[in-house]
Write a protein of this length. Structure first.
Length: 250
């Protein structure tokens, strides 16, 4: 099963990615699969991301003008199935995100728009700060990504992003061990990973980096807790493998 099928994509055009543990990989992997099926895809962010690799997108557009944006996106998609869009290039070499309201404009220009809506500083798990995630109003699916290696780690800034926010939601003490129950609590809490998702927007979960039987068991436990708490579906995955989808929980 390919990732787009596992996620049950229908007519939705705007997909936002939140969380950690392979969020950017998930976005590019899904974009590539949809492009292979003949769809046009725009990849962007409302925060900041590393400059896209040419192997992931054919063309990167950086502009602060909406009219220029429309012209360049149309030109880019005429040549390539996938383009990336940013507002500015930051000093650290990252692509600054577009204003959230631009996503509605982008949705008129391509079959799909994929938005990285928060950052995780390379960590496998996080809870959002007050100012995040930045989910555009036009979003129709929010996909949260969690790294399975989170389970068993101690709660601290070396292991996870914004540990103080995880502590505030769960009551877990610093240096205490992260368990499937703790992860599920952050997933399901109103101030958790899906914070700011509007009513009616589909919520999906990818549990990534499931590389052995131990992690598979952990992923299943997290997934079932999420489903029992009202989640729609859970994709258990190894996103960097040739066959990224391991299991689908419904």
């Amino acid at each position: 099963m390919i990732l787009s099928d596992a996620l049950g994509l229908g007519q939705e055009k705007v997909i936002a990615f939140v969380g950690g543990g392979g969020k950017t990989t998930a976005m590019y992997r899904l974009a590539a699969q949809l492009a292979e099926q003949g769809s046009s895809v725009i990849v962007t962010t409302t925060t900041k991301i590393y400059m896209p690799d040419p192997k992931d997108v054919g063309y990167t557009i950086i502009t602060q003008d909406v009219k220029e944006l429309c012209i360049k996106v149309k030109e880019g998609l005429h040549e390539y199935p996938t383009v990336a869009v940013g507002y500015d290039l930051l000093q650290e070499g990252k692509l600054k995100g577009v204003p959230p309201q631009w996503v509605e404009v982008l949705a008129e220009l391509a079959d799909y728009v994929m938005v990285e809506a928060d950052g995780a500083n390379g960590k496998p798990f996080k809870a959002p700060a007050d100012h995040e995630p930045v989910i555009p109003d036009k979003t129709e699916i929010v996909i949260a990504v969690v790294g399975s290696e989170t389970v068993g780690l101690a709660l601290n800034k070396e292991n996870v992003h914004r540990p103080e926010c995880i502590r505030a939601i769960t009551g877990l003490g610093m240096e205490e061990i992260l368990t499937p129950d703790v992860i599920a609590t952050v997933l399901l809490h109103p101030a958790g990973i899906f914070k700011g998702t509007l009513p009616g927007v589909r919520k999906q979960l990818i549990i990534n980096k499931v590389d052995d039987e131990g992690r598979l068991a952990v992923a299943r436990e997290i997934g079932l807790l999420a489903l029992n708490g009202g989640g729609e579906r859970v994709v258990i995955a190894r996103l960097k493998k040739d066959l990224p989808v391991m299991e689908l929980l419904l």
